[in-house]
Design a protein around this ligand. Structure first.
Ligand SMILES: Cc1cc2nc3c(=O)[nH]c(=O)nc-3n(C[C@H](O)[C@H](O)[C@H](O)COP(=O)(O)OP(=O)(O)OC[C@H]3O[C@@H](n4cnc5c(N)ncnc54)[C@H](O)[C@@H]3O)c2cc1C
Length: 345
């Protein structure tokens, strides 16, 4: 709140100076200038002289706003953040289309959504089988697989292939050259995370209830639990890197080194960190055997959105919602529509 308020206030003040200096005369007519200044005063919470001093939008001074009038905190200094590009995402992160404040979250974790969908599938499901080859057979296909060292195969009319391209390209297959090429082209982000168990000092001592602290790019974010407020302990995400060089550095560390790296970075934000955090656990998705990456960063392949003989494809990489379950669902509906077309239904 403090950064966003100060940033908006300063931008509005600078823009109002430009308007009053006549720098925007060719864009804004004289009769429109007052309307623009009114908007800027409201947008940046400027005073009547179009100057930003501070705003209660940043939060109130401790103890004020109850029996006494609410007093704004001192505004952040322009130089403290405005020209500091080392902490990215902060001002507009929650305004981007895929990162708005949480409205709903699945009880028990994200995979409850997939489990609930699976529960609704009436046909039999088989889990734990590693697919080892995907072959053509007549107008249909043969899927080869392995479970507990036992090899097997299934002959089918059609296959919806939902294995991510990062893994799929290494599985022997009879895809067309165009399909194989499209699968080979998909590039993946390499996100990393680390989480710890800890007494909830961020609630009891720092008044933080959920949300994210943005910090140095080497660990980037600290996520606080969005539920269980007031319980003795909680899970804190000590770093979440979306990919790139910092994520590569992090994933190349051993788990013990990642723990130390995250503690050293996080204690700059919370001095209580090291004495409270324990049981560090970390995932680097590029190293997870059946994922080999986090999410596609390539333009969705129009080739893979269409059937290749008996093979149809599904996965969030086929949509512009890469890295979101909604993308996986949209792609599966596309695959099912294509399947109905193939079957002439
Ligand atoms: C760090 C991170 C955070 C995310 N956060 C969110 C979020 O907050 N909200 C959200 O909506 N989405 C989120 N996502 C994205 C979400 O996880 C994906 O969109 C979704 O899982 C994609 O579904 P999918 O079916 O396309 O692929 P996957 O879920 O990857 O499913 C592919 C399946 O194929 C299996 N497989 C691979 N190889 C084989 C093989 N040889 N044989 C048999 N099976 C195989 C894998 O085990 C896996 O189960 C996140 C992803 C990551 C990496």
């Amino acid at each position: 709140r403090e950064v966003v308020t100060a940033m908006r206030g300063n931008i509005a003040e600078l823009l109002s100076k430009a308007v009053n200096a006549g720098a925007l005369d060719s864009d804004i007519s004289f009769s429109e200038q007052n309307a623009v200044l009114n908007v800027l005063r409201n947008y940046g919470d400027l005073d009547s002289s179009n100057i930003f001093t501070n705003s209660t939008r940043s939060g109130l001074q401790e103890g004020s706003g109850g029996l006494t009038a609410g007093l704004p905190r001192a505004a952040l200094n322009l130089d403290d953040f405005f020209f500091d590009t080392s902490v990215p995402y902060v001002p507009t992160f929650s305004e981007s289309i895929n990162q708005s404040a949480t409205m709903l979250q699945p009880v028990g974790g994200m995979d409850k959504i997939a489990q609930a969908l699976a529960d609704e599938v009436s046909e039999e499901s088989f889990y734990g089988i590693e697919i080892t080859a995907i072959r053509r057979s007549g107008s249909g296909a043969v899927i080869e697989g392995m479970v507990d060292g036992t090899i097997g195969a299934a002959e089918v009319d059609y296959v919806i292939v939902a294995i991510p391209p990062s893994v799929l390209r290494n599985i022997p297959n009879d895809f067309s050259a165009a399909t194989a090429n499209a699968i080979a082209q998909v590039q993946y982000a390499n996100p990393t995370k680390i989480a710890f168990q800890s007494p909830r000092f961020w609630e009891s001592e720092d008044d933080i209830y959920g949300g994210i602290s943005w910090t140095d790019p080497e660990i980037l974010q600290i996520w606080y639990p969005s539920g269980g407020f007031g319980q003795e302990k909680g899970i804190i995400v000590g770093s979440y890197l979306f990919g790139g060089t910092n994520a590569t550095n992090f994933q190349n560390l051993s788990i013990d080194e990642r723990v130390e790296f995250a503690l050293a970075g996080g204690e700059k934000v919370h001095p209580q960190y090291r004495q409270n955090l324990s049981a560090g656990i970390s995932v680097a998705w590029a190293k997870v055997p059946y994922s080999l990456g986090g999410w596609s960063v390539s333009t969705p392949s129009s080739v893979l959105q269409l059937p290749d003989g008996p093979f149809l494809f599904a996965g969030d990489h086929l949509t512009y919602l890469q890295g979101w379950q909604e993308g996986a669902v949209i792609s599966s509906l596309n695959a099912l529509n294509n399947l109905l077309d193939l079957m002439g239904v």
